[in-house]
Write a protein of this length. Structure first.
Length: 433
């Protein structure tokens, strides 16, 4: 009982940190407070001595697909591959190219942005897109003399909708699929139609929500961006493309995904170090990759994994799984994962629900439904995902207010209908699987 109280308190403290004091500033250094709350909870349950430390330690080093260390290696390495291209200005230049061909009409610009973000999210991740595009939209809107809200909303919704399409789009996808032995290709085959349904619904509703603001013409000009280092850009594009293709066939060639992505990062760094030595100048983009990688995710995910293991070891997850059962799995687990993502964040929710599903006997449909809830729950409230936390921090730096009530309005108008569309399509998809 004590462990349950500690874990619930840690999650409540984490939400409070996100809403009221999301970061601590020490000089120029910014430290997120959400992971500190999670780490405090994990340390407390371990210090209480009411859990099997050997079992927790074994789970952290176990040679299984659900090992959190492997998942962190996969997610961080994929992020580094994408951040490298962003450091070169690739995504910003690509976005600028698309946006420069929209003319003076905001409607064309709006649809171009949504489609661009959607496509890039499929092959990178929601967190990378939020980090890359949010500052660009802030600058662009200021230069173009337009309201940034429709575009910020479109970016955030698109990034957290189309991140469902591939396993690598969201760390929650990676965790859930790995926990139940779902490979890259099977995940894509099942998830693509629900993603498409949610994407179409969210785009239509976004347009209806912001149609009046989009009726005014653009007065300014889009910022022109170009990639200065073409050689390094192609090195990055080839590595990201090759890594994505190898991830798709990794289960068939007997190589784990984290090894594929980590090897791609090693090769990327080696190629750029050789290029830098040939040019006789330091590879500054590599330093940017290391600096911008979401390292705070490491203590956060490990802490939430420890608390989940403690609760699972005491039978909490098994009891909830037996209570939920396997009936109506798509709607039940999809809806609950959506709600719990906004109570405890989508990463700890996925860790916790993986144990619940394993005890319920619900099967793969519950896993995919939980993945849907973990992605779409990200734009219901700012607590739903790490992407929301980063999104709010970036907007704050640019003096743009996107408060809890505005986020909730977006969630009610867009996230809930998109969830219904995705789960309805998933139910139809799994019935033919």
């Amino acid at each position: 009982m004590l462990n349950i109280i500690v874990c619930v308190s840690a999650c409540a403290l984490m939400i409070a940190c996100v809403l009221f004091f999301p970061e601590i500033r020490i000089g120029k250094l910014k430290i997120g407070t959400y992971w500190i709350a999670a780490a405090a909870g994990a340390i407390t349950v371990l210090a209480c001595g009411q859990c099997d430390l050997a079992a927790v330690g074994s789970a952290l080093v176990a040679d299984t697909a659900v090992n959190p260390v492997k998942i962190l290696a996969l997610f961080l390495s994929m992020t580094v591959l994408s951040v490298f291209l962003d450091e070169l200005g690739f995504f910003r230049a690509l976005a600028g190219f698309a946006l420069r061909h929209t003319g003076k009409g905001q409607k064309k610009l709006f649809f171009s942005l949504y489609i661009t973000v959607s496509v890039l999210t499929v092959f990178t991740s929601n967190d990378v897109i939020v980090l890359s595009f949010t500052p660009f939209i802030c600058y662009f809107a200021k230069e173009a003399k337009i309201d940034p809200m429709p575009y910020l909303a479109a970016e955030f919704v698109a990034a957290n909708t189309w991140s469902m399409a591939l396993m690598i789009g969201n760390p929650t996808n990676i965790y859930l699929a790995s926990a139940f032995g779902i490979d890259f290709v099977k995940y894509f085959c099942v998830s693509i139609l629900p993603t498409l349904a949610a994407g179409v619904v969210s785009l239509a509703l976004l347009f209806l929500l912001f149609r009046k603001k989009l009726a005014t013409p653009i007065e300014g000009q889009a910022e022109r961006c170009r990639v200065e280092d073409g050689v390094a850009m192609w090195i990055g594009v080839i590595h990201l493309g090759a890594c994505t293709l190898l991830l798709a066939v990794s289960s068939y060639i007997g190589v784990e995904m984290w090894i594929v992505s980590l090897s791609a990062v090693g090769s990327l760094f080696l190629c750029n170090l050789v290029l830098a030595a040939f040019r006789k100048k330091p590879p500054k983009e590599l330093g940017g990759c290391i600096r911008r990688a979401p390292w705070q995710l490491v203590p956060f995910l490990l802490s939430m994994f420890i608390m989940s293991e403690v609760l699972s070891g005491q039978g909490t997850c098994a009891a909830i799984g037996e209570w939920l059962g396997a009936d109506f799995a798509v709607w039940k687990y999809g809806t609950l994962s959506f709600v719990f993502s906004n109570l405890i964040n989508n990463i700890p929710m996925s860790v916790f629900f993986s144990s619940v599903i394993a005890s319920s006997g619900a099967g793969a449909e519950a896993v995919f439904a939980t993945a849907v809830g973990s992605n779409l729950g990200a734009f219901f409230t700012p607590v739903g995902a790490l992407a929301g936390i980063m999104f709010g921090a970036i907007l704050s730096e640019h003096g743009i207010k996107f408060g809890f009530l505005q986020f909730l309005k977006l969630g009610i108008c867009i996230a809930v209908p998109a969830l219904c569309a995705a789960l309805g399509t998933l139910l139809w998809t799994v019935s033919f699987a």
